[in-house]
Write a protein that binds this ligand. Structure first.
Ligand code: BG6
Length: 255
């Protein structure tokens, strides 16, 4: 029985990898929309990947969200995490402190016995302030670390869920509706063809700065995120996708 379901998931991983053109897909059983323990399993699988792919002295940039918070919760030390630095990928996006990238990178670092650096920038910034902040030596240095990150770990959300959860301006909500946004990642919103339709203004990682040699690990599960994951992967297929059966069924059009 157990063997059968493991084989079933391996087959599903291949089909999802083909559909999304993602090199490596890891699927954990069940649907995180239904059970919260499934998100912890996504976290555990992600920590395992990080242990396999990182080497001492690497820099890892992490995004926020409840899924990444579970990755942090499942983090344990490893010899490969020696002197690894965890940095937040982007500045504030209007989220609660517990699920902000800053909080998550410091939790991960503490649990991994690694190092961390924080990005102290308010969520709403005028263009002028942003432009002068990025010239501050401390921030400049951190932005350099983000650009040199060997790995970027992030979640994906359904556009409407994310826009509601954050303090999103009325004007932005209108744009998202008009342009039929379905996915969100790092504060960027995408339509179902994977085109960027809106970008929250904060400093830090800009998606078009991502280099070929940086490993992008996407962690997102739940049937409700199937459409969002599919759309986001059209923008740029990640190197690794860690997801669950629920999202996979939606991605494969089985629901
Ligand atoms: C945000 C990240 O904080 O969380 C996004 O910046 C991601 O990349 C979102 O889409 C996902 O949130 P959750 O709670 O569904 O994991």
């Amino acid at each position: 029985e157990t063997m059968k379901s493991v084989t079933g998931l391996a087959d599903m991983e291949k089909r999802v990898a083909d559909t999304l053109q993602v090199q490596r897909v890891i699927i954990v059983p069940e649907n995180s929309d239904r059970y919260s323990w499934v998100k912890k399993e996504l976290g555990r699988a992600c920590v395992q990947q990080m242990k396999e792919m990182l080497v001492p002295d690497d820099i890892v940039a992490v995004a926020g969200g409840t899924t990444l918070a579970d990755v942090a919760e499942m983090m344990t030390p490893d010899s490969n995490f020696n002197n690894v630095t965890f940095v937040p990928a982007r500045g504030g996006l209007g989220e609660k402190v517990e699920i902000q990238a800053n909080t998550i990178s410091s939790t991960m670092a503490t649990k991994a016995n690694g190092k961390y650096r924080l990005l102290h920038v308010p969520d709403q910034l005028s263009k002028e302030t942003r432009e002068s902040l990025v010239l501050e030596p401390g921030i400049k240095e951190l932005l350099r670390s983000i650009r040199h990150a060997k790995m970027v770990v992030h979640g994906v959300g359904a556009a409407s869920t994310m826009a509601e959860r954050r303090e999103t301006k009325e004007e932005t909500l209108d744009t998202l509706e008009q342009k039929q946004a379905v996915a969100e990642a790092f504060g960027y919103y995408f339509d179902k063809s994977g085109h960027i339709v809106h970008k929250e203004k904060t400093i830090g990682l800009q998606l078009d700065d991502l280099q070929e040699n940086q490993t992008v690990v996407t962690v997102a599960g739940g049937a409700s995120k199937g459409e969002a994951i599919t759309a986001y992967m059209k923008y740029r297929p990640s190197d690794v996708l860690i997801t669950d059966e629920g999202a996979s069924q939606a991605i494969l059009g089985l629901l």
